[in-house]
Design a protein around this ligand. Structure first.
Ligand code: SF4
Ligand SMILES: [Zn+2]
Ligand SMILES: [Zn+2]
Length: 314
């Protein structure tokens, strides 16, 4: 039996990079300390905030909602609500949506659900089908990522959010970092900071990542220890994306060379500071001439995809 380095009780977690083991109570303390440190270090929230948490119904986003709801009890100026984007992925999103609604009702959280079908015109499954029919070169994750980001910003703004919190953890961030480097999307690296979108466009809701410095497995353990057990489902498109392969590759590297994930995050932060700071963000200073949303180009990525799918006229 491995014992907690603080109190000697049975350990539930061993941190491989330090070799320290922690019991349930001291793991939860450590986790909470780390997330609060991230919040303080990068100034993620102010004293008065209308926080909207982007949720999927999976363990990561429910863990973040749980963490911020608990923390908001101590910060009088915070209001915490949730926003779920229903992409329309059959056999998957219905399940996680049900898990989210159950959690929200238990915790009395106000929320809004916005769907691709209603807001964009097609569900993700229909987009994939239509894209194939039209010979478009995109993977499902491309439509999903572009329209999800678009709707999160638009609907969070409609809800009156002053900040949008996403559950991206250290693993997610470094996977996206490596992926963007490999596919030559270096211009997207600035959106990988812990806080983005502060200075770019008045219609852009700033985004923050409170789990930026904790590992995916630590978030999963936080969820389990707080009795958050969403159904285990995997998006049917997940294994088609480049991210899946990169995720496996980084996990193998970490197994062999423990600490490599934290090192990669440090490398990313250094690059972000070299290319202009983490306060920049996705979208851009321009306004899309078709939909009026923030955009890096004359026509935003969402409208470009809509044109490709025949949802709006070129
Ligand atoms: S795996 Fe791809 S398609 Fe599935 S939810 Fe994630 S981004 Fe969307
Ligand atoms: Zn202990
Ligand atoms: Zn647009």
């Amino acid at each position: 039996m491995v014992n907690c380095v603080v109190c000697g009780r049975r350990a539930v977690y061993i941190e491989r990079s330090s070799g320290y083991a922690y019991c349930e109570r001291h793991f939860l303390k450590l986790f909470s300390r780390r997330v609060k440190r991230t919040i303080r270090k990068y100034g993620l929230f102010r004293e008065r905030e209308d926080i909207v948490v982007a949720v999927s119904g999976g363990k990561d986003s429910l863990a973040l909602l749980h963490f911020l709801l608990k923390l908001s009890k101590k910060v009088r100026g915070w209001r915490v609500r949730a926003l779920l984007i229903d992409e329309g992925i059959s056999g998957y999103r219905e399940v996680t949506k049900k898990d989210f609604i159950k959690f929200a009702e238990e915790w009395g959280v106000e929320y809004r659900i916005a769907s691709f079908k209603e807001e964009v015109g097609l569900s993700l499954d229909e987009m994939v089908e239509e894209g194939r029919r039209r010979g478009l070169p995109y993977l499902p994750c491309t439509y999903c990522g572009v329209f999800r980001r678009y709707l999160l910003n638009k609907v969070a703004r409609e809800m009156g959010a002053t900040v949008l919190a996403t559950a991206h953890n250290l693993d997610d961030v470094i996977q996206t970092y490596v992926m963007n480097v490999i596919v030559n999307n270096l211009d997207k690296l600035s959106r990988l900071g812990p806080k983005t979108g502060v200075v770019k466009h008045p219609k852009f809701v700033p985004k923050v990542k409170p789990f930026y410095e904790v590992l995916e497995k630590e978030v999963a353990l936080y969820a389990v220890l707080n009795n958050i057990y969403p159904s285990f489902t995997e998006c049917p498109y997940a294994r088609l994306g480049v991210r899946w392969t990169i995720r496996e590759m980084i996990n193998k590297l970490e197994e062999k060379h423990s600490g490599i994930k934290h090192l990669t995050l440090r490398s990313l932060l250094r690059i972000i500071s070299l290319i202009g700071g983490s306060q920049e963000g996705e979208g851009g200073p321009a306004t899309c001439r078709l939909c009026g949303e923030p955009s890096a180009h004359e026509v935003c990525r969402a409208c470009q995809l809509k044109m490709g799918l025949g949802l709006i006229r070129p």
